[in-house]
Design a protein around this ligand. Sequence first.
Ligand SMILES: Nc1ncnc2c1ncn2[C@@H]1O[C@H](COP(=O)(O)OP(=O)(O)OP(=O)(O)O)[C@@H](O)[C@H]1O
Ligand SMILES: [Mg+2]
Length: 313
Amino acid sequence: MIPALAIENLTQDYTTGFWRKRSLRALDGLSLRVEAGEVFGFLGPNGAGKTTTFKILMRMQRPTAGTARILGCALDDLAMRARIGYLPEQPYFYDYLTAREFLLYCGVLCDLPKQAAAARTETLLAQVGLTEAAAQPLRKFSKGMLQRVGLAQALINDPEMLFLDEPMSGLDPLGRREVRDLIARLRQQGKTIFFSSHILTDVEAMCDRVAILHRGRLVESGKLSDILKARSNELEAVISGVNETALAALRGFALELQPTPQGARVRLRSDRDLARLVDITQQAAGRVVSLNPVRESLEDLFVREITGQVNDP
Ligand SMILES: Nc1ncnc2c1ncn2[C@@H]1O[C@H](COP(=O)(O)OP(=O)(O)OP(=O)(O)O)[C@@H](O)[C@H]1O
Ligand SMILES: [Mg+2]
């Protein structure tokens, strides 16, 4: 099957400095593929090259080297452009238009007949929770509200594929959840979503696959379940109803022990230590509430990959 996005060896050099010009390689031979129907997380610290990639894909700048195809088409294919949507990292809005007027304008720009654009505008306003504020000028909108307008405009042409540069930025926890739900609905409709984010819990909740970029280079990519390594045989037990003496005994061999209001969260090296934990807990008339293998979080992975890279000479 034709990938939704195929990036080959993309490289971007910027010239920086005023008196002493220097060249900065913001993207260094980036290659990746996103399959149709995937929600793909594009991750990396500040300055990694994420927005640069989006700008190249949206033809806002030309790469120094490399190519990319979207939905099997060359980047300058206008028919392909009509099948995608884009939320820039820092969208610019016409301050004096209302949210409704702005979306209608975007719809007409996308060649929708006026009535279809109006109907689509109302649907999207409702989807991003802005129906009540739709008649207000955009200059009165908060950052989070503007972000929702940006998302709505990216969807105006009912695109097959969405490019979202930091879609969660500026949103409060409730707003983030709404965007997460919206992305889940879009995925159910079979859309492909390529998005960048710093909020790793959101990425973890939404993505099929991720790519991690650092200093313009791809440091890891793949299915989250494959790249989040199980940390050897470690286990995490949650226990309750134990006394201080029991906790002191557990501290003797646990890798980590965090007291909780009911008892403690204990990390063990392997199941050999588990029997000891169960003994001690039972003797103290406590309970083992849960037991789980310890898996690396996306946060841990991010730190591991990035610090690993930084330490490289
Ligand atoms: N127009 C430009 N001219 C010169 N340097 C630039 C330009 N745009 C970006 N850069 C530099 O290129 C690098 C990559 O920037 P980019 O905006 O792509 O990163 P990012 O991954 O989107 O970061 P963030 O998470 O902060 O949004 C940075 O070092 C940045 O300073
Ligand atoms: Mg960026």
